[in-house]
Design a protein around this ligand. Structure first.
Ligand SMILES: Cc1ncc(C[n+]2csc(CCOP(=O)(O)OP(=O)(O)O)c2C)c(N)n1
Ligand SMILES: [Mg+2]
Length: 884
């Protein structure tokens, strides 16, 4: 940025500049930088208040004389790149001609082709590289380019390309965007929910460090690359963790932002400059920033710009204008960009309009991109971002190059196909061009040989997802004996029980070290602070201070090989750590078992999109919604009391969710989950809610383990029950008390059941129902819930500390009338007792509902409901908790 102050003594200014020139010539950049910083420091100590300058001039960070030599064959690489471009465009065009509206993107990859090709040919390490593979986040909308390249490598067939966005095709379709769930051998990371990629990439890089610091792997220089959009950087998640990356000195992390200055609707920053804004944000956050704005054609102009007119002009021009020059062409650019200043006009007088138009942006210049990557990958001490300027829809011409409509351009007309063919010299006839015929190099061609050789040197083709974790043994459930035996006379909460489980598990010889406890500044809330000392809190730099509680046994212990990830007040970051740990079996070939415990209200509700992405990425691990239950967490009020996370969990296909009533349930479920994840290699996430209500934890009854895992088991039976009660989680206590009242006050003895998971029951029952639908001639199968409850078709009353829809999930499969009680409405602070009355889930409402159900069933007289209301002092006119 040039200074806004007026030059009062140009001669003196010139003398200073000459001194700097001398320093540069004689001592180089390092020394010059040192001198300048020294001068600034000195001036500041003498009271000069210098504004913090966040951005540097609007030129390339790497000057021509600092560039690296290009090691590749530019001619061959260009030919390969052109064919990758063609196939990517043709794939989307054909898909939309054959199936109008199927969608896809042409312009994103068109702008990013050089960025990717240079990286593929020279930097990104594949799985068989001796140093191990890099982790690469591809920009979601650039997926056609990745498929196109894989096609040239022979990894995908023409049929596959024909079936882009037709995943149900028997011939093998290709997913719209990077979805490991749908293409588990290909994609590693789900990136298309914008903003999650950059956030998750930071935590992947951090987790790599964690694995190295804890001795699981060597530091071999593996890196995390994230290819991102400039529009995407507007997502708060994109920038939210930048300071963590620099604080942790993550020089294993490289962001590459494709700055085509456009997003979906139009310019990212028409009135200013997105590259400068991003530079400021990243520099301010402590990143190494490499701007690559201008291609080599501009080098000459900058070299000739002795008056500084070009420097001034690039400073003042805004992105909206830069886009206009792309669309309007050379003559317009001469008049409007160079035309206003005689020095500038002079500068370009020998260039034709066509030559002006062809002057490249930095991101389209392989030499510039190579140098940027070279510096980025060699940089030490901080993460690097490459800000590469490109043109969206590059090469599309009138079909969308730089146009505001470009993002949604899904197909080219015949003429536009021919223009594109000519623009990139694709060796294809007019007829084949208009048909979008895919192009491939012969196996014997130089291009094919080169393409394969470059990848071979770098460790094989990518994108690729590897799934070969080293085997690991899960302990028998008996290691949790303490939880299975119950607490005797002592009261404890399920949250405390879980912490005990974690403490026991982390001591296990086989799996203990693989456990990754994660907390977002909430360990003390859950009583996990004793683990600080036992396991240590991970800190790459160790503990550089004497903690205030160092004289205590359970002090706040940070250490380089600490096991706990204490993420601070940062649920989005903590779940990103969960994701990184839960993908370790694939990314690092080592099973890690994350246990992420957080306030349940700040889980699904706040970061469900990340959990959804975790499901897509086949993450394995345990989510613990702590102090859950709308009435069980009583004092915290409306924004803390969770009564609905189980519904979100139920809607996430590979999440199994459980509401635990007793310690032994936690032990059984966690052990079963670990077996599924680690021994059976299943891609599942377990979600357990645990609560802070203290009560006696009973010992495990015989024969319940299977029921606990499947979602339902019997607590109490009677010979001929007239009514059945289903309790769940912390409200099991109310249900048991209601059973007592029914017996004592009304001589009704109910059957009592415990539901650990309504959603697991529902899923199994749905699967059975679905099978029966298409197998009418075979003996119908019976779902687990029907099998258990069908002995009596008496009315059933279910109650949980969640909204009624949670228990309602099994309605179609419960024999007989089914009544659900739940905590619909906003939470609020009060006593547990008060809240349970307010939400109508306490023992008295259970009794009331049971009596009402029996009246309906003709088992009791109609007047009984009034009698119950009166006996327990229940107000018939009590307002509805949903609307109060
Ligand atoms: C969270 C989220 N919001 C919105 C979208 C829809 N969307 C897809 S691409 C896009 C524009 C992308 O612009 P940019 O990041 O600059 O990428 P480019 O295609 O320009 O490289 C939008 C808004 C999305 N995918 N994710
Ligand atoms: Mg963009």
């Amino acid at each position: 940025m040039t200074t806004k102050y007026k030059d009062q003594d140009p001669q003196e200014t010139q003398e200073w500049i000459e001194s700097i020139e001398d320093a540069l010539e004689e001592h180089g950049y390092e020394r010059t930088r040192f001198l300048l910083e020294k001068l600034i420091d000195y001036a500041q100590t003498k009271g000069a208040r210098l504004p913090f300058n966040t951005s540097t001039p609007y030129i390339n960070t790497i000057l021509p004389n600092q560039e690296s030599d290009y090691p590749g064959n530019r001619d061959i690489e260009r030919k390969i790149k052109s064919i990758v471009r063609w196939n990517a465009m043709a794939m989307v065009t054909k898909a939309n001609k054959n199936t109008p509206g199927i969608g896809g993107h042409i312009s994103t990859y068109a702008s990013a082709a050089t960025i990717y090709e240079v990286a593929f040919n020279h930097f990104l390490k594949g799985p068989s590289h001796p140093n191990g593979q890099d982790l690469v986040f591809y920009q979601g909308h650039a997926s056609p380019g990745m498929y196109s390249r894989a096609f040239l490598e022979g990894r995908l067939s023409e049929k596959n390309l024909d079936n882009f966005r037709k995943e149900l095709s028997k011939e093998g379709g290709l997913s719209s965007y990077p979805h490991p769930y749908l293409m588990p051998d290909f994609w590693q990371f789900a990136t298309v929910s914008m903003g999650l990629g950059p956030l998750m990439a930071i935590y992947q890089a951090r987790f790599m460090r964690y694995m190295i610091d804890r001795g699981f792997m060597e530091d071999t220089g593996r890196k995390v690359f994230a290819f991102l959009g400039d529009g995407e950087m507007d997502e708060p998640e994109s920038k939210g963790a930048l300071t963590l990356a620099s604080r942790e000195n993550l020089d294993n992390l490289v962001f590459v932002v494709n700055c085509n200055l456009q997003r979906l609707d139009g310019p990212v920053r028409g009135n200013s400059k997105i590259i400068q804004e991003l530079e400021a944000a990243f520099r301010g956050a402590g990143w190494n920033v490499i701007k690559n704005i201008w291609g080599s054609d501009w080098d000459d102009l900058f070299a000739k710009d002795t008056s500084g007119a070009l420097l001034n002009r690039v400073e003042e021009v805004v992105d909206g204008d830069l886009l206009k020059y792309v669309v309007e062409g050379g003559a317009y650019m001469r008049e409007h960009f160079f035309g206003e200043n005689p020095d500038l006009k002079e500068l370009v007088k020998d260039l034709s309009d066509e030559e002006l138009e062809k002057m490249k942006a930095g991101g389209h210049d392989p030499v510039k991109m190579y140098s940027a990557y070279k510096e980025a990958t060699a940089h030490k001490g901080s993460p690097t971002v490459i800000l590469a300027r490109t043109i969206k829809g590059y090469g599309l011409g009138e079909a969308g190059e730089g146009r505001n409509i470009t993002h949604n351009q899904k197909k080219l007309s015949d003429n536009e196909m021919i223009y594109f063919r000519d623009r990139f010299n694709i060796p294809v006839s007019d007829d084949d061009a208009t048909k979008g015929k895919f192009q491939k190099f012969d196996d014997s061609s130089d291009e094919y040989q080169y393409l394969m050789e470059q990848r071979k040197k770098l460790g094989g083709s990518i994108p690729v997802r590897v799934n070969q974790p080293k085997a690991l043994k899960v302990p028998d459930v008996s290691i949790f004996k303490e939880l299975l035996d119950g607490t005797g006379e002592r009261e404890a909460s399920t949250t405390m029980s879980f912490v005990r489980l974690l403490s026991i598990l982390t001591k296990d010889k086989s799996i203990g070290k693989h456990v990754v406890p994660i907390v977002p500044d909430e360990a003390r809330t859950f009583g996990m602070d004793p683990l600080f000392r036992q396991l240590g809190i991970y800190a790459h730099s160790g503990q550089l201070y004497d903690p205030v509680d160092s004289d205590q046994f359970l002090y706040y212990k940070e250490e380089k090989n600490g096991q706990i990830l204490e993420e601070g007040i940062n649920e989005a970051g903590a779940i990103s750590s969960f994701i990184a740990a839960g993908m370790s079996y694939s990314n690092h070939g080592i099973h890690m078992v994350p246990f992420y415990i957080y306030y349940s209200m700040f889980g699904f509700q706040r970061v469900w999109d990340l959990i959804w992405a975790a499901g897509d990425m086949r993450v394995r691990g345990f989510l613990l919604g702590g102090t859950a239950g709308r009435t069980t967490l009583n004092g915290e009020g409306l924004q803390h009391q969770d009564g609905h996370s189980h519904l979100a969990a139920a809607a996430t296909p590979n999440v199994k969710s459980y509401d635990c009533a007793y310690a032994y349930e936690i032990a059984i479920i966690v052990q079963r989950g670990m077996v599924e994840m680690v021994e059976e290699n299943k891609d599942v996430i377990y979600y357990l809610t645990v609560e802070n209500e203290n009560y006696i934890q009973p010992s495990k009854p015989d024969g319940v383990s299977d029921g606990v895992v499947r979602g339902l088991y019997k607590m109490r039976s009677t010979d001929q029950p007239k009514i059945r009660l289903l309790g769940s989680g912390p409200l099991m206590g109310e249900v048991l008390a209601a059973a007592e009242l029914l017996k004592k006050d009304w001589s009704i003895e109910p059957g009592v059941w415990n539901v650990t998971s309504f959603s697991e029951l529902r899923r199994e029952a749905e699967a059975v129902e679905r099978w029966n639908l298409t197998h009418p001639d075979e003996t119908p199968r019976v779902s687990y819930v029907e099998e258990l409850l069908s002995k009596n078709t008496v009315p059933t009353v279910a109650v949980s500390d969640y909204i009624k829809l949670v228990s309602d999930q099994i309605r179609p499969y419960v024999p007989g009338p089914y009544y659900c009680l739940g905590t619909d409405g906003f939470g609020r602070s009060d006593t547990r007792e008060g809240l349970r009355r307010f939400f109508e889930v306490d023992r008295y409402y259970v009794v009331l509902t049971a009596v009402k159900a029996l009246v309906h069933a003709g088992e009791l007289e109609a007047g009984m409901v009034d009698v119950v209301l009166e006996k327990y002092g229940l107000d018939p006119e009590k307002p509805n908790p949903v609307t109060v």
